[in-house]
Design a protein. Structure first.
Length: 291
């Protein structure tokens, strides 16, 4: 019974991690940015969704939708006010811009965390389930909400795959990750491609944030952990590899679930971080990375 519970819960949390990590991977693959404010963006979506759904009385579904919009706005602010000014600055040498972006997004993430704690609370909060009821899988009682969360995550991932592989804009994103200079020679404007990438990222992070709030609950103290989990997944899978990130999300998700059930919930991030250190030494390019 415990094994089945771990398998079910691990699948749901891994699906959430996969959704959040794909956006993180997309930003790096297209523009070479490691957004260390990722946990903050998810936190904004989660807390705004919780507040609007409950405290403001807008209802679960409208609050969830507006929470996703809040996550998208947080992503836009991160790009337009933190990342792009650094990238366009003439005062910063090109070879140093990457470290400035890392530092800038890290500090911005901390500011988001502290700001949300001041606006709301640093206590854990949980959104109402999007769907009520319980299903029996074997001998395990599983909330319909948990099943729906996993289904929504994979539906969104499937829609993203269709967008990237079946639309002109999606193929331009894919081309930007391979040869941005060649894309500009074909008449595409990279700034628009980057804005599209951040738009998709904001939607993915927003959905992952509100679903996480509905599943496990969140607090402002989770921002750093969420960023660390996404970073671990992206590095484990291979920087820029979407399929690698999917694989790594399930490795990290199940490791955390096993640790929470069999050891202690407070230690759940530890095994994934230890695995990350091991992979960096043994296979620095990650599971499916090319370099």
């Amino acid at each position: 019974m415990l094994l089945l519970q771990i398998l079910i819960d691990g699948f749901a949390i891994s699906s959430l991690y996969a959704l959040g990590a794909i956006g993180f991977t997309l930003i790096f693959g297209v523009s070479g940015i490691l957004n260390l404010a990722h946990g903050g963006v998810m936190l904004v979506a989660a807390l705004m969704g919780w507040m609007l759904a409950g405290e403001a009385g807008l209802g679960t579904y409208l609050g969830t939708l507006l929470g996703v919009v809040a996550g998208l706005i947080a992503a836009y602010v991160t790009y337009l006010l933190v990342v792009r000014p650094i990238q366009r600055s003439a005062a910063i040498p090109n070879e140093e811009k990457e470290i400035f972006v890392l530092t800038g997004t890290l500090l911005w993430g901390i500011m988001i965390q502290q700001g949300m704690a001041w606006l709301f609370t640093d206590n854990p909060v949980t959104m109402r389930p999007l769907i009520s009821g319980v299903a029996m899988i074997g001998s395990v009682r599983v909330p319909f909400n948990e099943i729906m969360i996993a289904a929504v995550c994979w539906a969104v991932i499937g829609l993203l795959w269709l967008f990237v592989n079946r639309t002109r804009a999606g193929k331009a994103l894919l081309a930007a990750s391979m040869n941005p200079r060649g894309l500009t020679l074909l008449g595409f404007e990279l700034s628009r491609i980057y804005l599209l990438a951040w738009t998709i990222y904001g939607v993915l992070a927003g959905i992952a944030g509100v679903l996480l709030a509905s599943f496990l609950g969140v607090s402002t103290n989770n921002a750093g952990q969420l960023t660390a989990s996404a970073f671990s997944i992206v590095v484990l899978g291979g920087l820029g590899s979407v399929s690698g990130s999917l694989m790594a999300a399930y490795v990290v998700g199940y490791l955390e679930t096993l640790t929470a059930y069999l050891v202690a919930p407070t230690l759940r991030p530890l095994p994934a971080l230890l695995l990350l250190v091991l992979v960096v030494y043994v296979r620095p390019q990650g599971f499916l990375g090319r370099r």
